[in-house]
Ligand binder design. Structure first.
Ligand code: SF4
Length: 441
């Protein structure tokens, strides 16, 4: 029997990189968001909150009856401890719904000083078995954010062995090629440490194979010039092999640009929502504090609908997956939940997001019900006569752009991303939160 009471539904947890993204996450269906604290969360370089304005975000969230968790998940060195404790005092007084932490020492201090604060153990702590879950529960941890390398079977066992602790699982977004973020690639290559919040995503970079005789570079040397036009791919069967495991061959695909040897596909587990609920997970987490408001809104929309459909006893609506496919991604994998993805979890072809056939054309910033004109912040070029989709949290509607006016009311034929806002007629008020999506021609 499926649960259908609103309060018993699994939590949908979205990233809030800044205040705007937080509002879009909630408008499109998030039950809760997580946001970073400068200096003490991973992704420290990109976050849009400060310890001053985070209070405003907490207030807004509580006013609309939702939850916000604050991320303080660095592994601190000695020199950061005093600063951390000072910040912690400030943050706790703002009454967030939980703190996401990793460092056992800092967790210990936080729990002793503030026994009433809920602490969620970050995925960075890599909890991989039920005895660890039990350990953290005994220490006073309220929720475990599971490491992404677990199967559904393992999660089920954890929940069975330690039922009275909350389990949160990542369902969507970028995955590290390293073990849930424990990685030194970025630190090694340019002294920016993933475990201090300053990862440069070095695993996504373009690499070329080594210099040994018989290697690809030998082939290139013979070709003299390394360019797309005269590039000849290396002979079939290039692979990496470890000397003691000579039968295990890890294939390397390379094109004229090189190889993206460590570039993981993105996680997308929307079709596994019933299985994750069944396994005992109580919160579904979306990755991506650095992603745009459009991305956050669209991902929230798909997962919200899929969750609600499940509780309403409806079949999975493939349109929710199609909408996710229409977003930028490094192509998708269901990760480790149902199998070990091995090379099927990596995208060897390129390191950049693929926007596919669709893109965000703009964001509706205002609607004048007297003139019927919507003010649009243009993100990508729109033209008169284009067909675009207006996407709101509730519906999608295809409309044709009959005219575009600039801020002086003068008709223009097109508008470019990043230019001044323009105005287009729309029959019905799309509401406060609406995106325009267009097909790439
Ligand atoms: S370099 Fe890649 S694998 Fe390493 S922490 Fe950064 S995103 Fe993760």
């Amino acid at each position: 029997m499926k649960k259908n009471k609103e309060s018993e539904k699994i939590e949908l947890l979205l990233p809030a990189g800044d205040f705007e993204k937080l509002k879009y996450a909630f408008a499109f269906g998030a039950d809760a968001v997580y946001a970073g604290i400068p200096l003490f969360s991973l992704r420290t370089r990109e976050i849009g909150f400060t310890s001053e304005n985070i209070g405003e975000a907490i207030e807004y969230t509580h006013k609309i009856g939702k939850k916000i968790y604050l991320v303080m998940n660095i592994y601190a060195h000695n020199m950061k401890i005093n600063a951390f404790l000072k910040e912690l005092e400030k943050i706790v007084s703002m009454k967030p719904d939980g703190l996401i932490m990793t460092d056992p020492g800092l967790i210990n201090i936080a729990l002793k000083k503030y026994p009433n604060i809920d602490i969620h153990l970050s995925t960075q702590a890599n909890t991989t078995n039920w005895t660890s879950v039990e350990f953290w529960k005994e220490l006073g941890i309220k929720r475990i954010i599971l490491t992404r390398e677990l199967s559904l079977k393992e999660i089920t066992e954890m929940h069975k062995q330690v039922p009275d602790i909350e389990l949160e699982a990542f369902v969507h977004g970028a995955i590290c090629i390293a073990y849930s973020g424990r990685c030194l690639i970025s630190n090694y290559l340019n002294h920016r440490d993933a475990n201090q919040g300053t990862c440069t995503n070095s695993c996504r970079w373009l690499y070329q194979l080594g210099y040994e005789k018989g290697s690809l570079l030998e082939v290139e040397k013979e070709q003299k010039i390394y360019s797309k036009e005269n590039y000849t791919p290396p002979p079939d069967g290039f692979y990496v092999k470890e000397q003691k495991r000579i039968n295990d061959k890890f294939p390397i695909m390379e094109d004229e640009y090189g190889t993206y040897l460590m570039n993981s596909k993105d996680l997308c587990s929307i079709e596994l929502i019933p299985d994750l609920i069944e396994a005992g997970v109580m919160s579904l987490k979306i990755e991506g504090r650095t992603k745009s408001a459009y991305y956050v809104g669209m991902v929230a929309r798909s997962y919200r609908r899929a969750i609600d459909d499940f509780y309403d006893g409806k079949d999975f609506d493939k349109e929710n997956l199609r909408d996710l496919m229409r977003l930028s991604s490094r192509t998708y994998t269901t990760g480790f939940y149902t199998r070990n993805p091995r090379q099927f979890g990596e995208n060897f072809d390129d390191g950049y997001s693929q926007s596919g056939k669709y893109r965000v054309a703009g964001i509706v910033r205002d609607f004048n019900s007297q003139t019927g004109l919507a003010e649009i912040e243009v993100k990508n070029r729109i033209n008169v006569n284009d067909e675009i989709e207006i996407i709101t949290p509730q519906k999608k509607e295809i409309v044709k752009i009959n005219k575009i006016l600039n801020k002086n009311g003068i008709k223009v034929e097109s508008a470019h991303g990043g230019a001044e806002n323009v105005f287009i007629p729309i029959e019905n008020n799309p509401g406060e939160y609406a995106f325009l999506r267009s097909k790439i021609k």
